[in-house]
Design a protein around this ligand. Sequence first.
Ligand code: AHR
Length: 788
Amino acid sequence: MKRMKITVNTETDKAPMKDLFGIFFEDINHGADGGLYAELVRNRAFEFCNRDNPRYRPLTAWERVQEGGARVEWMIRDEDPVSRKNPHYLSLEVVRTGGRAGVRNMGYNRGISVREGEHYLFSCYARRKGEVSPLLNAAVTDAQGEELCKADFSISDRWERYEVTLTPSRTEHCGRLQILVSGPGRIELDFVSLFPEKTFMGRRGGLRRDIAEMLAQLKPRFVRFPGGSLIHGGSLNPADRDSAYRWKTTLGDITERTARRNNWDYNQSLGLGFFEYFQFCEDIGAKPIPVLPAGYSPQEEQSVPLDEMQPWIDDALDLIEFANGDKNSRWGALRASLGHPEPFGLEYLAIGNEEVAEGFFDRYRMMHRAIQRAYPNIRIINSAGPFCAGDAYEKGWESARENHSALIDEHYYQGPEWFLSNTHHYDGYREETKVFLGEYASKGNRWYNALAEAAYMTGLERNAEGVGLACYAPLLCNTDYVNWSPNLIWFDNHQVYGTANYYVQKLFMNHQGEAVLGCTAEGEMAVVSLQKGAEDCFEGDICLGGNRSSVRFFDISLLNPVTGEKVEYDEFTTRKDEKQAFAQTQWKSFVLRFKARQLGPGWGIDVFFGYGDEENCYALKLGDWGNQDAILISRTNGNLAIYTQNRFHVEQDRVYEIELKADGRLVTVVVDGKEIVSHRLEPFRAKPLYYSASREGKDIIVKLVNATQNPQPVELALEGVSEAEGKMYVMEGYAPDDANSFEEPCKVTPAVKEIQVRGGCLEVEMPAYSLKVMRVTPKGRADCHFPE
Ligand code: AHR
């Protein structure tokens, strides 16, 4: 087989790579509570309520203990609480003694996980009411109530915080935290907590060590936080129980952090707040990238009046002072009082997440100007919405250009075929505003997905001049609380594993480099088509249907504009989510015309074309995503890709005249005489090999990705280097569908071997579906650094 030659120019840096690859942490999938935040007690402050989730009650995750004839009455009270910000607490009244009387917390997943001989810090606020024995007993039990460790403590008649250390006699993953009252009488409890002593960096009330270590091992350049969708929506008053995310409510003693409704349908304790976030970034050597809401909520269509924006602007200014201010400044002093007198060195600040309407951009402009006036060196990040092209995307860029935003946050989740076909996506982007690819993923945790992302990342590296930052999303998922899949890291209450995608991210972050190097290729093999059917037209059925709606279609015709051939079709009605195939075409060009009326509520009208089967087709969806968008999509082997999105709402009972014109791969849609979208749906193809090169200090780093079933031998020439040695990180030999799991956490992980470059060349075999990262140190070369 012919060897492809890749020549790396090792002597000239093309562009700095700075903070290119990082991570995005959002409390989705119980990523913080029940995840990275090491608290083992679920609903510790009895603040769960049905505004967080319809199934929640203040006693969710708690059970009553009444054994041996004992009887306990339990209720939630809120008079004279520990904290007005979290007013609910548990009142326990032992009305009959006899055996064990009290409560147990079930923790997350199947229970609380503890390990033999390790120390756990139990704490709670408690007080007794009236004449009652002051003795409480805290224990970790198994699911049947057998005690693994316990401690007694006596309480007073005022709220006080109590703390004892518990050391289990054996490992248990289905444990409970039990609190017993030696009754009779009434006691009250709040902020019941159990933390492993061994947290990440040994911090009290800190982060779960195994998960945090996996994040640290990525060596991310930055951490985007706290969302995501989590940052918008909710009440505009920060004191409200269901307030939008406001960073100031996440500081200080946990009793003063108002537990909040999290957009992902659960309760967020905010134990992992902004201080802990900054500290974690510092601990792992990553730069913080906080995201703040702009007082505008797209989903609930509520926004702060423009003349009342000052508190939201202040939130941004104060956050910068909190991170960077002198310890004598108001917010810098607060930071110092929390234990960090030195500034955190904040450089970036993002405003908004996926908001794309005028209302957002008006508020963005105000915040941007105020921040830039006060802090000209802060790099402000604008928002471009959740699609890779279309109205919203353009609107975001328009605002970024107008405001001279340092970066703009782009998001897209696409099938692996889209990523493999679009590694040139940023080739032309050389603007003042850089891209922050703040969320992306190829919708799967198989090796093939990870490879597609690796291929795409070579394109991000090559374009580091236009792309400033990029991070995969979402990061974490507790397997028993899945809001979103796929994710980079999966865990339960005692184990964690990185996906194939994680190991790709790790290789790219660990070996990012500081400057991009130029590469040229000779002798490339042909590209591989990834879609079924012809590449120059849309071969297959044409179908019409409704998206969660029933639709009447009439005056339907299909025209071949080249031959003039025209076919007319009978009218028909499709019921909710039904589609009807009525024509088939292999024409290079066609014009489909029809009228449609949506007969009841729903999301709108679908036109499928080039339809082979449900898994392999193209579609125009008028009124998708809550009946607000017109999108052009494809499905390839079931994998969805969204080519472009524009705003469009389908009105019920209105007759629309719709024309869909396909001219080769160019699709143009006209509704009621107005063009609403025109986009070329390029066929998906994999290149025989994806590659990028970079330099870090003396080291030359080369990444090669083969995402096809064909082996591709490579001759790697390092121009300007004669002898070098180093390591090669190898991911090969897996089937495209292979994936990691709790059972096989290391099925798809890199192997490492020593390599030597002799005579400036290295022969590298690239078998089917393989990734290799070479990092070599040339002999006798002086160390160098990219100038700032
Ligand atoms: O990453 C999951 C979600 O996807 C984010 O919260 C949101 O920004 C996006 O829609």
